[in-house]
Design a protein around this ligand. Structure first.
Ligand SMILES: *Cc1c(COP(=O)(O)O)cnc(C)c1O
Length: 303
């Protein structure tokens, strides 16, 4: 059906994304300015860091003559959703390898239903195989089944993704002393810190429990080596604000979100962005930011 695919720039992404100051009492009390880097406004179907990480991969796929994208995610993965939307909008076939063989028998949840509606072919695998999804054996079995695909790892985080996310850091250069982002697979933090340069500090707020901060840090460092040849920038991972783990919440997080939404009339994405802002608020209260500092929080997604 498609002879050629379109370049992601044909979707007219809103770049650089807007930067907005918000008056948050917990920051003002310590003489700290809070800015929101509105990456959620880049594109309605490919919001936030998903645009930044996917765009260079889509170009690489096109250059390599690949018309099929194959990638991995959990049942609620924003990355799968963004890949499916990119496929529909730009003319790629997409295959989503989903964690959890048992899901194949159940009705699709709204997130996976959206992927399917965008034309993504869903392939469910058991959790053990999924854990080895990057191994040559699993990949070659998938290639035997689906043909010659352009493979993007879970969460979309590879070297090209980190290079794409470096543009986010470049847009914040000179605008903020500290730039912070919520971390899943770490690709966005890897790029943000690299693009920010030597004068800014980057902080990653982990949202998944279990993987130690050390492990996430190793992943980020590995992505930086793959993308830039070496560790880049001044960054650290903060693992105290997972609120019980991925997609979990606590009464404290709920009341923080309700108060923030009321103060600013802006709905917060719960899985990542809410934890980022709660974490930064607690860090500000602990005096982690010097008076006079400017902190930029990257709004990576929409509710
Ligand atoms: C995917 C995602 C993240 C995590 O990005 P990583 O590069 O995997 O760390 C953060 N926020 C939102 C809204 C996301 O969808």
């Amino acid at each position: 059906m498609f002879d050629d695919v379109a370049d992601p720039d044909s979707l007219c992404p809103r770049l650089p994304s807007p930067l907005q100051e918000v008056a948050e009492p917990a920051f003002a009390r310590h003489g700290v300015r809070l800015l929101l880097k509105r990456d959620d406004l880049i594109h309605p179907a490919l919001p936030g860091n998903k645009w930044r990480k996917l765009a260079p991969n889509l170009r690489a796929a096109a250059e390599a003559g690949r018309r099929t994208l194959l990638t991995f995610g959990g049942a609620y993965s924003n990355h799968l959703r963004a890949t499916a939307a990119a496929g529909r909008l730009l003319g790629y076939r997409t295959i989503g390898v989903v964690r959890g063989e048992e899901l194949a028998a159940a009705p699709l949840n709204p997130s996976l239903a959206r992927c399917a509606a965008d034309g993504m072919r869903l392939h469910f695998i058991d959790r053990g195989t999924y854990r080895r999804a990057g191994s040559p054996q699993v990949l070659s079995a998938l290639r035997d089944r689906f043909g010659d695909c352009y493979v993007i790892p879970e969460g979309g985080s590879n070297a090209l993704a980190a290079q794409g996310a470096a543009e986010l850091g470049e847009e914040l250069r000179g605008e903020a002393d500290v730039a912070a982002v919520a971390c899943g697979t770490g690709g966005t933090l890897a790029g943000l810190a690299a693009g920010l340069g030597a004068r800014g500090r980057a902080v990653g707020i982990a949202v998944l429990k279990g993987g130690s901060p050390h492990f996430l840090g190793e992943t980020v460092a590995g992505l930086q080596r793959a993308a830039f040849g070496d560790r880049r920038g001044d960054w650290r991972v903060e693992a105290r604000f997972t609120c019980g783990g991925y997609a979990r919440t606590t009464p404290e997080l709920d009341s923080f979100v309700a108060a923030f939404e009321q103060r600013h009339g802006m709905a917060l994405e719960r899985v990542y962005v809410a934890k980022l802002l709660l974490g930064l608020t607690e860090l500000a209260a602990e005096g982690a930011f010097a008076p006079g500092a400017t902190v930029a929080a990257v709004v990576t997604g929409t509710p």
